[in-house]
Design a protein around this ligand. Structure first.
Ligand SMILES: [Zn+2]
Length: 106
């Protein structure tokens, strides 16, 4: 049994498989439907990355709101939680942005 790359999602699958175990694309189908599955999988991946960047942005805004609730910088537990959320959201947003840019290039 040899391993090949799935033409749609690019993950490693058996060359004996009739359909991909990851993205369920029918490998016995003609090139046209494999290509359309390829496009769908690319769109899904991009949508997932967009959702990630949205969640990261939300965490950033949420952390900021938590930190500055009431117009003042918080001094209690809200400070580390807010700063942590902001940092995680910021880094997460940057990482997903870079991943999106890399995805667009390939
Ligand atoms: Zn696949």
């Amino acid at each position: 049994m040899a391993l090949i790359d799935c033409p749609a999602c690019g993950k490693r699958i058996s060359d004996k498989a009739k359909s991909c175990t990851h993205c369920k694309v029918d490998l016995t189908a003609d090139t046209e439907s494999i290509e359309s599955a390829q496009r769908i999988s690319a769109i899904n991946k991009r949508t997932q990355l967009m959702n990630h960047s949205f969640v990261a942005l939300l965490a950033f805004v949420g952390g900021f709101a938590l930190w500055f609730w009431g117009g003042e910088a918080a001094a209690n537990w809200r400070q580390p939680t807010g700063i942590g959320l902001m940092a995680a959201g910021f880094v997460g947003y940057l990482v997903t942005r870079v991943r999106l840019a890399l995805d667009k290039r390939s």
